[in-house]
Write a protein that binds this ligand. Structure first.
Ligand code: FES
Length: 342
């Protein structure tokens, strides 16, 4: 039987299904409450049950000492509601609320999803999960020094593996990934980082613009919004050079067909063999042609610095997008390494 859970701080309500923990239900419905290991070991998800009753589940004693449990505390990654609940928990509203950590991880899967794009899935140690906001990135810390920034393409509720999209820029890290990296290799990273994340609340239509592997954080945001049943109209403009660069096109088309996320792919240099009959040119030009009045929108733009800057200038000066409603992330040097996911 499903139970309703209401959080004290924001008054948000979500449903917890049979067999789910409070945290499982919250994440499934796009409500992010603080957590770490998701296995009852770290105490990060601890909060108080103000009304109702829970089965506390199994956990390590140090994470929830008996005195705290007797005082009404629970570990929400383990606790299962026995009734409807009102809980006092730490809700994550912005990047400042998320703990930045350094963790090891294992390369679980490598897959070339476009001629110059590698999909990397990373597995964290058992008993570890990374809490992040949809759109944030991590910095890979190569043994030889420096950093390589890559956005998470998976949404926060789907956190068993971290999904990264790496474009081959020909630098040392790209050469390593495309030439020598193998599944089961061990890496270290720091994160989550960045303030490019979906601002929830409000009813403004959302415009997503992704260039190249800037698709990665946008994918996380859209999947998070779908999961959280965000009812705001959403439109995705996606810029790629040629058809083969437009990886995961089927996925974007499914968002369109199943969830009403309007999808407009735009190729800048289609090849004759692409037999492309869709939009061509620069992706932000296509937006301006179709949406000359962005006064009511909120925009999330991720791609090369040139594309992001042109979009910022034109959307705000020509199309009336309020400056404060333009959110962006771009390929910028980070510790000597280019941001690879945008
Ligand atoms: S005890 Fe670690 S997330 Fe719940």
């Amino acid at each position: 039987m499903s139970r309703q859970v209401t959080t004290k701080a924001s008054g948000r309500t979500f449903t917890v299904r049979d067999g789910e923990s409070v945290l499982d239900g919250a994440l499934r419905e796009g409500v992010i409450i603080a957590y770490g290991c998701r296995s009852g070991a770290c105490g990060s998800c601890k909060g108080r049950v103000l009304e109702g009753a829970v089965d506390p589940g199994s956990y390590e004693e140090h994470a929830l000492p008996a005195g705290e449990r007797a005082a009404g505390m629970a570990l929400f990654c383990q606790a299962r509601p026995l009734t409807d609940l009102v809980v006092d928990c730490r809700e994550i509203a912005g990047a400042d609320d998320v703990q930045i950590r350094r963790l090891p991880c294992r390369v679980q899967r490598l897959e070339r999803i476009a001629p110059e794009v590698m999909l990397i899935r990373l597995k964290l140690p058992s008993n570890e999960r990374l809490q992040f906001l949809a759109g944030q990135y991590i910095d890979i810390l190569p043994k030889e020094g420096g950093r390589r920034s890559l956005s998470m393409a998976n949404p926060p509720h789907d956190d068993e593996l971290l999904e990264l999209h790496l474009r081959n820029y020909g630098g040392p890290f790209s050469r390593h990934v495309f030439g020598r990296m193998k599944e089961k290799d061990i890496l270290r990273f720091e994160g989550p980082l960045g303030t490019f994340f979906l601002r929830e609340g409000g009813m403004k239509p959302i415009l997503f613009v992704a260039g190249g592997t800037g698709f990665a954080p946008i994918k996380a945001m859209i999947e998070h919004a779908i999961q959280g049943r965000v009812e705001r109209p959403m439109t995705l403009y996606r810029g790629c050079r040629a058809r083969a660069d437009c990886y995961m096109n089927d996925l974007a088309e499914r968002w369109n067909a199943d969830h009403g996320v309007r999808y407009v792919p735009v190729l800048s240099e289609p090849l004759p063999g692409d037999e492309w009959t869709g939009r061509t040119g620069l992706v932000h030009h296509a937006v301006i042609e179709d949406l000359p009045d962005l006064g009511e929108y909120q925009a999330y733009v991720c791609g090369s610095p040139a594309m992001v800057e042109a979009a910022r200038r034109d959307f705000t000066t020509r199309c009336g997008l309020p400056v404060e409603e333009f959110y962006s992330d771009s390929f910028t040097p980070a510790g000597g390494f280019p941001r690879a996911s945008q």
